[in-house]
Write a protein that binds this ligand. Structure first.
Ligand SMILES: *Cc1c(COP(=O)(O)O)cnc(C)c1O
Length: 363
């Protein structure tokens, strides 16, 4: 057990042993016990963002991207117009999804180290009355950048449009309160800040929007209206559910509650980032983003310019010492990334920093 590497990759990530142990059981997917587990899953997911009474949780088999594609395909109809706000790879992915689905889509782009700008979104909506939906990535995992959710949500609502939020890398840690933040659909997955195992995506969707989405989705398996109807009629999944992943996620959601919910989790992640950024600074590594834009989810570091640094030997040296990190995903600057999320705390980062000092030969 102790020889398992620490995953500093933001999904799959390091999970608690209790979470993994919850997978050591077979479940009949149509048995009352699993129906009850699914009901607990849906209710706990809704509770994380306070969507009780306004939204419905619709889990879907697959990774996070499946849930993003399903949500867009279910809620954005042929006569709709989607505006995607993009400042990284995941915004670009939503644009690619909408194009592939043959939807009417417009992109508003910013550089990777700049947050989306509420004022230009305001004017875009002012100028184009045909835009019906706006899509935003809450935390852009490309860099670790936090976009201004509250400001964007208020503008979109003021214009009477609907906001779709890719909250994949933030749900469960960064604040998302559906009572005070108008969001039509919040999309996330099992294996990021919820610290579950991979295999499940989900969306929390306004019940009225779901009810109105019958027959919109051109795909059978990605149709979240049909998926929701399945849960509402007999509490069951339409198609084979990843039963062990569901069991692990429910266990992980109970753990989240015990940690004090998203505020408790955010405190631990912020502490992780603090230790990491401070220690990396001492070792001569610079954060790519300004601190004000940096979410405590994943940190991007610039590759040192002294020429002696190469990612692969750095990765291998850390892997030998039990730490798996991520390559950079920037289109321009050379970089690498270190995740702050998962069942890890400052002691793991202190050990990581010692391993980094060894690998780069700092005495
Ligand atoms: C991880 C992630 C996704 C989905 O990725 P999958 O590999 O499909 O799980 C989407 N958006 C963001 C912001 C992410 O961090």
């Amino acid at each position: 057990m102790t020889s398992d590497p620490i995953l500093l990759t933001p999904g799959p990530l390091t999970t608690r042993e209790t979470t993994r142990r919850a997978m050591l059981k077979d479940w009949g997917s149509r048995d009352p016990a699993f129906i009850a587990l699914t009901a607990e899953l849906r209710s706990r997911l809704l509770g994380v963002a306070h969507g009780e009474g306004t939204h419905a949780a619709v889990p879907l088999q697959g990774s996070g991207t499946f849930a993003v594609e399903a949500t867009i395909a279910t809620l954005v109809g042929r006569d709709a117009h989607l505006l995607v706000l993009a400042n990284g790879a995941y915004g670009e992915r939503m644009i690619a999804i909408a194009i592939r689905l043959g939807l009417h889509v417009t992109a508003l782009r910013w550089p990777e180290d700049v947050a989306v700008d509420p004022a230009s979104i305001d004017s875009a909506l002012q100028l184009d009355g045909t835009i019906s939906h706006v899509a935003l990535v809450h935390c852009e995992t490309t860099t670790g950048l936090l976009n201004p959710l509250q400001a964007v949500a208020e503008i979109v609502a003021r214009h009477g449009r609907k906001l779709l939020l890719d909250a994949m890398a933030s749900f469960g840690a960064l604040p998302i309160d559906l009572r005070s933040t108008p969001v039509n659909a919040v999309i996330a997955s099992s294996n990021k800040c919820l610290e579950g195992t991979p295999g499940l995506g989900f969306a929390l969707i306004e019940t009225a929007a779901l009810a109105g989405a019958k027959g919109v989705c051109a795909s059978l398996s990605l149709d979240l209206h049909a998926q929701w109807c399945g849960f509402e009629t007999n509490g069951q999944w339409r198609f084979t559910p990843p039963v062990q992943v569901v069991a692990a996620l429910v266990e992980a959601l109970r753990t989240l509650e015990a940690e004090g919910g998203p505020p408790g989790r955010l405190r631990r992640y912020a502490d992780n980032l603090e230790v990491l950024a401070e220690g990396m600074g001492r070792l001569g590594f610079e954060l790519y983003l300004p601190r004000a834009l940096q979410a405590p989810i994943i940190a991007t570091f610039r590759t040192p310019e002294d020429g002696g640094f190469a990612f692969q030997p750095f990765y291998d040296g850390l892997a030998e010492r039990g730490f798996l990190i991520y390559p950079g995903k920037l289109t321009k600057a050379e970089s690498f990334r270190i995740g702050c999320i998962g069942a890890i705390d400052r002691r793991d980062f202190t050990r990581l920093l010692a391993a980094i000092a060894e690998v780069i030969n700092v005495p």
